[in-house]
Design a protein around this ligand. Structure first.
Ligand code: DGJ
Length: 549
């Protein structure tokens, strides 16, 4: 039997491609396969998506971030893990602070790390550790006291002539100390976890950037600001001209596309230059910390972002954090960070998601809104933007296993392997609809799909969300609630399209198990494919075409 490539799962296709080699060299075959499944968690570009690969398979993170202090105590965490498991999480963004790991310089204590990994394993959860070290929300509250007490060795940012509670990224000793501790942590994680892969990613620092001023005004920073912009950055700009974030490109254009000069000469005499200067220095520092960690254990590492408000000056948001318009600057500063993430609380979820899902940067948000908003947005993030994962903040305060987020996670977990495949194939779309934004069109798999808020007997749902993927010829699989879909053939022909059948169902061990056939009120008597607003469902639709005569 020949299986058409387009219907064969990616993993299966790779296996079929390598099968003849395994048959010729059986020893090589098994060890190659073992190497593939035993590789450390890593990112892989698979077709249209960059995915997190754990134990040889894409791992879509249905996650949540703990409140800052919960994971500082194992007893406190004990009842939380089972609750998170019951809510359908497969991974937890877990804070870990420098002060608790290196309370005395050079003396590391990994008891907490080991305990958290054990607890996670017990509930079959994965961990993304959040390295709270030199910076947390711009400030430096999680640095050990021996760092805070020694401003000569570990200098602070200066604002209006005074040092503030923010470590300066100019501090070479600070960078070395942070990097040394992070490297020790990664070495330890490798020792205890390189077989089980409970720890799948690392967030390095948290929402960094100068608060209270647009830049550091210490003597060292002033001197650097009045010096030439490093060639590493000035060469990056022309080399990446076509992919630069539009605002950065416009700013560089407006100031004459210079490739030599001071910060103010190249980026203009404004707070924008201050912000870029800070982005460069935080970028250089944190790339170095990540590099030291990766030298010990190379798993994906990223930095998160406190998103700026509209027309807000840098300093009111942490100046230098990887806002979309300075991600290029961070990338110029090094390549050890794998991607940049938004902490996406803004109501314009789609806009910010698109700003980060660009130019090779995959979408993952370690912090976002949960409850009903999160339950909807997760479909957009994973369906429309090929997101690697989703993670509402303060997850242990979420309603629980009966809440809206748990419903969405349950549905997405059920279709996760298929969704990952269709992210790669690029034939899945996700959407969130409400009364102000009540329709969206997609073209895929030979049809234009018109998706609107669900309506039955004249009454319209107030919101709806979901995702739809191709499911073979004239067929689609969808998940979500509160929307309906009508179809037109592509390219447009004289053929009419009818709904042959709608089935609800679920996957059990990867096999589709249909439930009810929904061919009455549930699909408006064959007119549309409907997703009832009362409950999230997974449904398949089969279409047929017919000519007028
Ligand atoms: C964003 C920060 O990154 C988190 O650590 C936490 O402080 C939340 N804000 C609180 O809303």
């Amino acid at each position: 039997m020949t299986i058409p490539a387009c219907y064969t799962p990616v993993v299966m296709r790779n296996f079929l491609r390598t099968l003849p080699i395994f048959l010729l060299f059986p020893g090589l075959g098994t060890s190659a396969l073992f190497a593939q499944t035993n590789a450390a968690p890593h990112l892989e570009k698979r077709g249209a998506a960059t995915q997190l690969i754990v134990d040889g398979k894409p791992f879509l993170m249905l996650s949540g971030e703990l409140h800052n202090s919960s994971s500082s105590n194992l007893e406190y965490m004990k009842p939380i893990w089972p609750k998170l498991k019951a809510m359908g999480l497969n991974s937890v963004v877990t804070p870990l602070s420098w002060e608790l790991i290196e309370p005395k310089e050079g003396k590391y204590d990994f008891t907490l790390v080991d305990g958290l990994i054990d607890q996670a394993r017990h509930e079959n959860e994965k961990i993304v550790f959040l390295w709270l070290a030199s910076w947390k929300n711009g400030m430096s509250s999680y640095a050990p006291v021996w760092v805070k007490q020694d401003p000569r060795r570990f200098p602070r940012v200066v604002e209006r002539g005074n040092p503030v509670e923010i470590l300066s990224p100019q501090g070479t000793a600070t960078q070395e100390a942070d990097a040394r501790a992070f490297a020790a942590l990664m070495k330890h994680i490798k020792e205890v976890d390189s077989r089980d892969h409970t720890v799948v990613m690392m967030q390095v620092e948290n929402e960094v950037g100068v608060l209270g001023d647009a830049r550091d005004r210490s003597d060292a920073a002033n001197k650097a600001f009045d010096s030439e912009v490093p060639a590493q950055l000035t060469q990056y700009l022309p080399a990446h001209r076509d992919s630069l974030y539009p605002d950065l490109k416009d700013l560089w254009d407006a100031n004459g596309n210079k490739t030599a000069g001071t910060w103010a000469e190249i980026f203009g005499d404004s707070e924008r230059a201050d912000e870029i200067f800070m982005a460069w220095h935080y970028g250089r520092f944190i790339q170095a910390v990540a590099k030291a960690g990766k030298a010990e254990y190379d798993i994906p590492m990223y930095v998160n972002t406190w998103l700026a408000g509209d027309n807000t000056p840098p300093g009111e948001f942490p100046s230098g954090c990887p806002e979309p318009w300075v991600v290029d600057v961070w990338r110029a500063a090094g390549s050890s960070l794998d991607f940049y993430s938004p902490d996406l609380y803004d109501a314009r979820f789609e806009l910010w998601a698109r700003r980060y899902h660009r130019n090779g940067n995959p979408l993952y948000m370690p912090e976002t809104r949960g409850e009903a908003a999160g339950a909807a947005n997760v479909f957009y993030a994973l369906g429309e933007e090929a997101g690697m994962g989703f993670s509402p903040f303060g997850i242990e305060s979420e309603t629980g296993d009966k809440g809206p987020l748990a419903d969405s996670y349950g549905v997405i977990a059920n279709i996760a392997p298929l969704l990952a495949e269709h992210q790669s194939a690029g034939d899945v779309h996700g959407f969130v609809l409400d009364r102000d934004h009540n329709a969206v069109d997609f073209t895929m798999n030979g049809y234009t799909l018109h998706v609107t808020l669900d309506e039955v007997f004249g009454s319209q749902a107030s919101n709806g969300f979901g995702l739809i993927m191709a499911d073979g010829k004239d067929a689609f699989l969808g998940a979500g609630k509160g929307f309906k879909v009508t179809f037109k053939p592509r390219p447009e022909t004289a053929s009419h399209v009818g709904v042959a059948a709608v089935d609800e169902g679920t996957f059990e061990d990867g096999k589709w198990v249909p439930g009810r056939r929904l061919n009455g009120d549930e699909n408006a008597q064959g007119v549309s494919w409907r997703f009832d607003p009362r409950q999230e469902r997974i449904e398949k639709v089969a279409l047929y075409r017919f000519e007028e005569k």
